[in-house]
Unconditional design. Sequence first.
Length: 388
Amino acid sequence: MKYFNLASSVFLIMAIASCNNASETSSANATDSSTVQLPSKAAFQQVIDGKQTDLFVLKNKNNMQAAVTNYGGRLVSLLVPDKDNNFADVSVGFDSVLQYETSTEPYFGATIGRYGNRIAKGKFSLDGKEYTLFTNNGPNTLHGGKKGFQYVVWDAKQIGDSILELSYLSKDMEEGFPGNLQVKVIYHLTEANELKLTYEALTDKKTVINLTNHAFFNLNGTGSGTINNHVLMINADHYTPVDSTLIPTGEIIPVANTPFDFRTAVAIGKNVDADDVQLKNGNGYDHNFVLNKNTTAGLNHAATVVADKTNIIMEVFTTEPGLQFYGGNFMQSKNRMKGGGKDDFRTAFCLETQHFPDSPNQPSFPSTVLEPGKAYSSSSVYKFSVKK
């Protein structure tokens, strides 16, 4: 895969943003990446719904490490080298499985299914039959319903030092979705400092499916303050605007001359408070971007993010047609996170590779229907490096 060469203007933006917001990102709040550690394995060993949970550690030859729990198929920690050759934990989450169980935010690091993002009014139809889902996000269904994949205990098999295979059978009509769906998610920490996520599924009845991962990132390290000074590029000429309940209107509109234009890298916070109805609807950025086609080795380059303090670069590649950019707008300081800090407003962001929200009710969007005898397959890569 090619590295994305950020223009020199990006680094000027980073410098300006860092100076203008020094009070927000003071060194007193920064994570000490030289001493960052993974959570205790014992804190993740519990029996939930009659099944054993655990914490699995993946590592590569560069001493990069990822910690994943089979409770919700969650990315718990991701230790990435920074500009000083220390390690920052860039995945915002908790120190124990109990905290994931009781959090007011259910999606930290989780594998999301059966359907990532929203389905309008909790209803969709297949072959003339209407299916009704649990509505857990105002009038809509979000991320699979009341008990999505973030709350199930996956069967886990670690393969060597760098691969974890998770599997789960979602039974027919679980959360209202038809079909017995056999799902597999593979976490692979590669020698190229990539976290690769591969999703596979089979069904015995026509259904809809949209799998993703809901990692919350702060590339300066968990607990390090605002993400508004991170510099972001999204490779998308268009996005899908939403109504006041965050359901797509069905339109696909250009990002040009809007606060959603990230085709040239810009600080996340530069336009987040602009007087724009879409930003008001999402309380900031919580929108699906329609990715441009630019396939490299079977994957599209979806986005690049650069941290303002650690200089960590994260590039996102995917087979999916869309990318949900969420800027942490609903974080409310209600949960105590790893390192002792709280989930303060806009201290993490998500880049969820996906099919579009509400596709089962939007005929013009790419289809999310899976039929018996056909295999669902999706891959996404989060690649890490350091700006020199």
